[in-house]
Design a protein around this ligand. Structure first.
Ligand code: SF4
Length: 452
């Protein structure tokens, strides 16, 4: 990826009737934040946010390629939106994100209501593309481009904000489409990240989550890897030092980059929360090798042990894929064993399905669907029982809650370990409360306020 650019285009709208945009972001937190950045860019262009597609002059679907049948889902969505176009002539529909990048011109051919398709690295050219679309052209741009610096993303809530640290991925795990759709790993300059965080703090945000597919690879050197001039551990320390920021989180970590310096930052810096999202993917070394994850179960376990020794009470989230080509019953049993042993606070688990462009595509999809479904259910059932026990074990404990929502007689937020907690007390969003957990209701912790 080439160095970042700052885009400050001329507004397209008029003061009397500013055009309106509706952005629907599918998929993970990174994509949700991309949606916020696209809204920020659109606002710079003179657009106002519409709350429903029926009210919009421009509908942007920010797509995700990770889930199964991604193309069919998006085409179905475009088909539904065709009715909006018919009832509101002049409305334009565009696709951005991973499916747009992977499929390009084929999408315009398959979906007549679509006006444009813009890939992940071409969004910096969106202002020019929108002008061409306004002139009646149907446009495809999935070419290369710089990381787009957006002056002010339009964020969802007033307390917690996402901030991109690393874009793209260099790992090329054999099942994953991300390196092909989002491009190579690129670290944003630390100065830009810190500037963005300082701006958020001035607006009253209390928590930032640094984002990247492999966020803890931040600052690695190499051709095109960007301008991350400090290590990830140092970045954490600098972000935590920004006046007004009470909490720092980061998503998602790769086990290969969980060095002792990152663990030390988590242990020593009070603002860095005791929570780590670090996918294991399988409990079998054979399967991990076929996935080209770059570590063994023993190496993953070693990192977890070092982390748990240094950071008391740390909560771990992991991801798993079941039914990867060649996964035998014994491999899956090893996954269950490691989940029993490491006791994650939460897991995300998925059935394997082949993705275009990936190396694993050549392996076919030999594990029958029914076997995958059965393995997924067993894994999720095991995790449900572990999560229930872990939640019960917290009853009586004291936790710090950062309030995100509040109503009459209640407020709700998350603990430092990322658990949602509902508190029987009134407090304004942004407040930090000391609470005592009094019970578990439908999987969610409930608590009463205590004096700190
Ligand atoms: S580390 Fe692997 S799974 Fe994660 S985004 Fe990169 S290629 Fe995909």
């Amino acid at each position: 990826m080439t160095p970042a650019v700052q885009t400050r285009p001329e507004p397209l709208g008029t003061a009397e009737a500013p055009p309106r945009i509706f952005v629907h972001a599918f998929g993970c937190q990174m994509n949700a934040h991309e949606g916020e950045r696209l809204l920020g860019l659109a606002r710079d262009l003179g657009y106002q946010e519409a709350l429903a597609p029926e009210e919009a002059d421009l509908i942007l679907l920010h797509t995700c390629a990770v889930r199964d049948h991604a193309v069919q889902r998006i085409l179905g969505e475009v088909g539904r939106l065709a009715a909006v176009k018919r009832s509101r002539p002049g409305t334009k529909i565009g696709l951005t994100g991973c499916v747009a990048q992977a499929e390009g011109a084929a999408l315009l051919e398959r979906a007549r209501p679509l006006d444009f398709v813009v890939g992940t690295r071409a969004v910096g050219r969106l202002p020019q593309i929108l002008r061409r679309v306004a002139a009646g052209e149907r446009v495809v741009d999935v070419g290369e481009g710089a990381y787009l610096e957006v002056a002010a993303p339009v964020r969802g809530g007033p307390v917690c904000a996402y901030v991109t640290a690393v874009e793209g991925c260099d790992k090329f795990c054999t099942f994953c489409i991300v390196p092909y759709t989002r491009g190579r790993e690129y670290s944003r300059p630390a100065a830009r990240i810190l500037e963005e965080v300082a701006g958020l703090a001035r607006q009253g945000y209390r928590e930032v989550t640094l984002l990247g597919q492999t966020v803890n690879a931040y600052g690695r050197k190499g051709a095109g890897r960007g301008e991350g001039e400090v290590s990830f551990a140092e970045l954490l320390r600098r972000v935590a030092a920004v006046e007004g920021i009470a909490r720092v989180r980061f998503l998602t970590s790769h086990p290969s980059h969980l060095g002792d310096d990152v663990i030390a930052a988590m242990a020593e810096v009070p603002e860095v929360c005791e929570h780590l999202a670090m996918p294991l993917q399988s409990g079998s070394d054979r399967v991990l090798a076929a996935m080209r994850r770059g570590y063994t179960v023993a190496e993953y376990r070693d990192r977890v042990e070092r982390l748990r020794r240094a950071v008391s009470g740390v909560a771990l989230r992991s991801d798993f894929i079941v039914g990867f080509p060649g996964e035998e019953a014994a491999d899956f049993e090893r996954t269950l064993e490691v989940v029993r042993e490491l006791r994650f606070a939460a897991i995300y688990a998925f059935k394997y399905s082949p993705r275009p462009h990936t190396k694993a595509l050549a392996l076919g999809d030999p594990v029958p669907e029914a076997v995958k479904a059965e393995r997924l259910e067993r894994l999720l059932a095991l995790q449900r029982s572990i999560a229930a026990e872990e939640a019960q074990a917290l009853v009586g404990s004291r936790q710090e809650v950062l309030v995100e929502e509040a109503g009459e007689g209640w407020c709700e937020g998350r603990s430092r370990t990322n658990r949602r907690i509902r508190v029987a007390a009134e407090a304004a969003p942004g407040s930090l409360l000391s609470v005592r957990v009094t019970g578990v209701e439908r999987g969610r912790l409930v608590a009463a306020e205590t004096t700190p």
